[in-house]
Design a protein around this ligand. Sequence first.
Ligand code: FAD
Length: 282
Amino acid sequence: MKPAPFAYARASSVAHAVELLERHDGDAKLLAGGQSLIATLNMRLSSPALLVDINGIGGLDRIAVAGGKVEIGALVRHVAAERSAEIARHAPLIALAMPHIAHPAIRNRGTLGGSIAFADPAAELPACLVALDGEVDIEGPDGKRTVKADDFFKALFETALGPHDMLTAIRLPAATKDTRVGFAELARRHGDYAMVGLAATARAAGAGLADVRLAYFGIGATPVRAKKAEAALASGTIDDAVKALATDLAPSGDLQASAEVKLHLAGVLLRRVAKQLAEPRS
Ligand SMILES: Cc1cc2nc3c(=O)[nH]c(=O)nc-3n(C[C@H](O)[C@H](O)[C@H](O)COP(=O)(O)OP(=O)(O)OC[C@H]3O[C@@H](n4cnc5c(N)ncnc54)[C@H](O)[C@@H]3O)c2cc1C
């Protein structure tokens, strides 16, 4: 299928993009890598009157590490994050997740900002952002604001972004020598959206773990924290943590797997990720 006709504008700045969104009140969409948006246009799931291309806006394709934080601009492409030495060193969870996102052709164009803004419930990066307790910078008609990842993902494909807002960057705590991370997903083929996935962070504390954060994806409308399992992993055994998933998670079945299968797979992933969390980073 072909998309419905649309007009095209190239934004010269974030303020210009926001102005164009406001002027076309609810009938315009930002175009970043286009890897999700163009598919929804072609399937006529969406038919905005105007596409606002943000690819020409300068300064949004940078990765910066300062003050114990890693800031990733909205237009950083998946491939740039995947190959970045700074991401590998300071944001190792993102480095683990990147190769699981789609295929190289899609990673060449897709952006981190687009992935977070699109908020597909089966996507890797939203769950990583939640596991890392990261935050999102937004610019809109009323100026700039920052939203914590836990408050950003609201419902299915619904975020804290309003219709006239643009996501400009995400910010993550930079890893320290005590940081532990884990990532695993089960997909029918490598590069497919996950049936179930898990992104996790923790802090090494003596022989055990503290500040465990487990963020599942592909299991609910948004990334889902498994808080009882987090507590069990910090103070109990892996078996306790797996048992706790039955109260933490309420998966609904989809085309890929039934609710029961998803819950079982969540336990399998937790055992794999717990092993990664137990090992110091090299
Ligand atoms: C075959 C295929 C397989 C894929 N598999 C995976 C996968 O396994 N895992 C995964 O995570 N993703 C997957 N993707 C999606 C891919 O990661 C996309 O790149 C990503 O979801 C969207 O990024 P984009 O830059 O292409 O955004 P676009 O497609 O340009 O935009 C997506 C949406 O976000 C909005 N948007 C974009 N940027 C901003 C911004 N800065 N501020 C506010 N709103 C914005 C757009 O208006 C649009 O509504 C797949 C895509 C395809 C086609």
